[in-house]
Design a protein around this ligand. Sequence first.
Ligand code: SF4
Length: 417
Amino acid sequence: MRYECVKAKSLLSKTAEAESWFHYNRHMNSYRGCEHACVYCDGMAEGYHVDNFLTHIRVKENAPEILRKELRKAGHTSQTQLETETLWAFLDEDDAKRLAQKVPRKEVIAVSGGVSDAYQPAEEKYQITRRVLETLLDFGLPVYIMTKSDLVLRDLDLLKEIHEKAFANVVFTITLYDEEEQGIFEPKSSTRSERFEALREIRKAGLFGGVMATPIIPGIGDNIDNMKGLAEEAKRARAEFILWGEMTLKPGRQKDYFLNVIKRRYPDKLELIQRIYQDDHPYGHPIYEHLPVRVMTRGHGICRRVGISDRSVRHKTPHEHEVNNKVLGVVLDIIFRRRYNLSKSWSGTKPFIDLAVGLERGVENLEELRKKGQLAERLHLKQYIVEIVEEIMDRGTCGVLEDLESELDEISSVVMD
Ligand code: SF4
């Protein structure tokens, strides 16, 4: 294994709005490359420009400093800055209010960017992720972590502080219940049982936590036994949710590497998997009609039976009006069900995305706007969306979401058998 210390020029992704799946707004990677060496890892794909992804780990040793710089540039204020800038001491009340209004919306920062694990073995020595968490704590920002390693427990002290001050959601990626199978596809991460054990500790400490059951490998992980095993174990570990997702296989390095392992270990599945990914979609999407089962649909049915949510927890900004938060939560559920569970038309989903973006950017109390008859004007809404918003305000849900959920319940009960 080769470790190389490098200087990062930039770190944070652009702000994502109305993100209905993971509920984070920006992500970052402290490392490039990942020693966990998962066979299906899409970080290997040429598009990420990381050669020898599994064996050459670039350590971004200046990540905490770059992060601090980028957060300040985005208008966030750290505790250290507040304490050191004496200007604050001289502000009168009006100035303080004016400045407080200029403080940007709190953004949830994902410390794992998806193409490297923030708690891979290198972290034990370099402690970049720990220093990144210290920085985020200083800024009082909410944190989302996704990992396959129980090394995250080393930072439980910091995560508890972050959670007390803002919010921490720790998500363990767990895709295979059988440990022998898990060892084939995820050879160097913590084992399935170690990850569940770590999740138990996270929940015991009072943090939010759940399972990311993605990617579910078609023909191997999409059977009821595997998926039910994961959901039941998640429930026993007091996870708040389990998120399901299909596998993408980008043409080139990722696909070649994966198919080689399938050829050796699961020769009877090779033809099926080749057929599913035969059109070499640039983003690696499967041909959905060739999948033996839609895992997000089956996963929904399993979650219903086991009694666990298939939707992640969401951070609420302290200054966000309760009613606005309630409407936003339902609207994000509508978006998710339409887009990911039921693949409904984009044109029908778009008005809900626009509404969620408007709510996330921050508007006055919706009750006040409703009283003044300004909902449509202030949020640029068509009349039928105004009616949906008012229904959510009155009932905490709406017919649109209920209809989507019953449609999904019906389909998922079929694919359960
Ligand atoms: S832990 Fe994530 S980033 Fe690392 S090899 Fe596995 S899939 Fe890739």
